[in-house]
Design a protein around this ligand. Structure first.
Ligand code: PEP
Ligand code: MN
Length: 361
């Protein structure tokens, strides 16, 4: 082949490349439009039947030189790239997405603002066990300048024979004690039918890890105005976590906070594996406040302070920790709750890092 012929063929190839690029871009734009239409109709982006039909039609028109398998393979790549494009577009449209709303969502609990750049410490017992138990914790929290107390009244336990919580009675205790000390409260709700009732007793509805994908519960929490603290599921991906929050926000309740509480991995040194990287990712991808539960993620009292500091250094809007007046007798999570002096040391340690505002009396 002469040098001149080679040059000519190469120039033809370059021009076909450009035509292909034009056509691929045109195809991508059409796929994007189809994706938007599907989203409006609530139809999934990936349609295997349609994809098979397109591939069969292409093979039918294939006259070589590529064999049918190669044609299928090449077009499959193009289909996948289009699907990816639709998924990215879909994410941009999520209500919880930072791309949809640039400004941080703020949760106002009395004088405390969560998500506004000043991190908060949330503390309290794993379970509400008695009026006196909650009162002792509340008093200690008040003395250290903590304004938001947690306490479980409905406890989702692994064993049905374990303490299941005091139920509505527990919510009443929380309300009574909180009003005495001027605290705001967080408590887990597990039944969609209890969401409205809970709003009368607590300031934040917690949706626990085991219920992160309880869609009826998410929808019920989305139908009220009370802020929601949504915990990451036991083995949930960040994407699943974000979509669970979208369930709540899409129903109208924009007051949602996310809390990383560790995910299950092969590691046994901690109760769960604290995924610190989830903090900056969730902060980047969503406009919701992001907190870290150091107690349930680690399950170890000896590493709570460094993990809390790591969470705050990674940009968390707050940390949650469990405190009990007498952990040895606690009806749940006895091994991992701090007693009151331990909690005070923990708080001092985190405050000394400068990552959490000091308490001014
Ligand atoms: C809790 O915070 O009380 C709790 C049960 O945590 P999780 O849902 O993260 O296991
Ligand atoms: Mn607990």
């Amino acid at each position: 082949m002469s040098q001149g012929r080679l040059e000519q063929l190469r120039s033809e190839l370059d021009s076909v490349n450009l035509q292909l690029l034009e056509l691929l871009s045109e195809r991508a734009r059409l796929a994007q439009e189809i994706g938007q239409e599907k989203q409006k109709q609530g139809v999934p982006n990936f349609d295997p039947v349609r994809e098979k039909k397109m591939l069969d039609a292409l093979v039918e028109h294939n006259h070589g030189p590529f064999d049918n398998e190669t044609v299928r393979h090449l077009f499959k790549q193009i289909f996948q790239a289009s699907l990816k494009l639709q998924q990215v577009d879909h994410k941009k449209h999520l209500l919880v997405s930072r791309k949809k709303k640039k400004e941080d969502t703020l949760i106002q609990l009395g004088d405390t603002v969560i998500g506004g750049g000043t991190p908060v410490m949330i503390a309290g017992p794993c379970s509400v066990e008695s009026y006196e138990q909650v009162r002792q914790v509340a008093k200690a929290l008040k003395e250290t300048g903590i304004t938001v107390m947690r306490g479980g009244a409905f406890k989702p336990r692994t064993s049905p024979y374990d303490f299941q919580g005091l139920g509505v009675e527990g919510l009443k205790i929380l309300k009574e004690v909180a009003s005495e000390f001027g605290l705001k409260t967080i408590s887990e709700i597990v039944d969609p039918a209890h969401i409205e009732l809970a709003c009368d007793y607590i300031d934040v509805i917690q949706i626990g890890a085991r219920n992160m994908q309880n869609f009826e519960l998410l929808k019920a929490a989305g139908d009220v105005k009370t802020p929601v603290l949504l915990k990451r599921g036991l083995a949930a991906t960040i994407d699943e976590f974000v979509h669970a929050a979208e369930y709540i926000v899409s129903r109208g309740n924009t007051q949602v906070m996310l809390i990383e509480r560790g995910i299950r991995t092969y590691e046994k040194a901690t109760r769960n594996t604290l995924d610190i990287s989830a903090v900056p990712i969730l902060k980047q991808e969503t406009h919701l406040p992001v907190l870290v539960d150091v107690t349930h993620s680690t399950g170890r009292k000896d590493i709570l302070a460094p993990c809390a500091r790591a969470a705050l250094a990674a940009g968390a809007d707050g940390v949650m920790v469990e405190v009990h007046p007498d952990p040895a007798t606690a009806l749940s999570d006895a091994a991992q709750q701090l007693n009151i002096p331990e909690f005070q040391d923990f708080l001092d340690n985190v405050r000394k890092s400068g990552l959490l505002p000091a308490h001014s009396l």
